[in-house]
Ligand binder design. Structure first.
Ligand SMILES: CC(C)(COP(=O)(O)OP(=O)(O)OC[C@H]1O[C@@H](n2cnc3c(N)ncnc32)[C@H](O)[C@@H]1OP(=O)(O)O)[C@@H](O)C(=O)NCCC(=O)NCCS
Length: 160
């Protein structure tokens, strides 16, 4: 059975939870392409203020059994619309990211729709592939969390 999750708009009270989740060392290592200093609350607040103010970004909080499990968004920072998500470690391994992305794709109908993932983020790659994203390109980019350039896959939603 897929987990019961809900997506809702982000509220101020989510911010400290997102900050705590997005500085968890295991998540930072996994995502690789992260903030310069995930422990910098001022930088986090500034980035999130601009994300929340940007009407071109679709942004949702992921709730699992009413707890804030993480966030999912669609932005166009690199040109084409792409999705991104992050769950707190306590919520991993329950099918939450897959269920959240499936639900989010009903809201975000723009196509083409891309996603990026570090080449060794097998969990995120699997989430994307379960939701019909396919690898369409590979690049090399500087991953703050790894302190070096690493390969990343670019995936495109194939739901035609
Ligand atoms: C990556 C992440 C979103 C996965 O979330 P999740 O809710 O645990 O994923 P799901 O439970 O929906 O798992 C989907 C599939 O991926 C697999 N998977 C998830 N995490 C995995 C991991 N670390 N290693 C191997 N497989 C993994 C699951 O087994 C499942 O596969 P299956 O259905 O074939 O059994 C979560 O670990 C996370 O937020 N990590 C930190 C931030 C991050 O990496 N964000 C994405 C940046 S691109």
């Amino acid at each position: 059975m897929p987990p019961t999750i809900q997506l809702r708009d982000v509220v101020d009270a989510d911010m400290p939870i997102f900050f705590a989740q997005q500085k968890e060392p295991a998540g930072v290592q996994m995502a690789a392409f992260t903030a310069k200093d995930p422990n910098d609350r001022v930088a986090f607040d500034s980035q999130w203020a601009s994300i929340r103010a940007d009407r071109g970004i679709t942004l949702q909080t992921i709730l699992y059994e009413e707890a804030v499990a993480g966030t999912i968004l669609c932005h166009s920072w690199f040109g084409a619309p792409e999705i991104s998500y992050w769950l707190g470690e306590a919520f991993w391994g329950k099918g939450i990211a897959t269920a959240a992305l499936q639900q989010f794709l009903k809201q975000v109908t723009v196509r083409p729709l891309l996603a990026r993932v570090a080449h060794d983020n097998v969990g995120s790659l699997r989430v994307l592939q379960k939701c019909n994203f396919v690898i369409t390109a590979q690049e090399k980019g500087f991953a703050q969390a790894r302190g070096q350039k690493i390969p990343e896959y670019i995936l495109t939603l194939n739901d035609a």
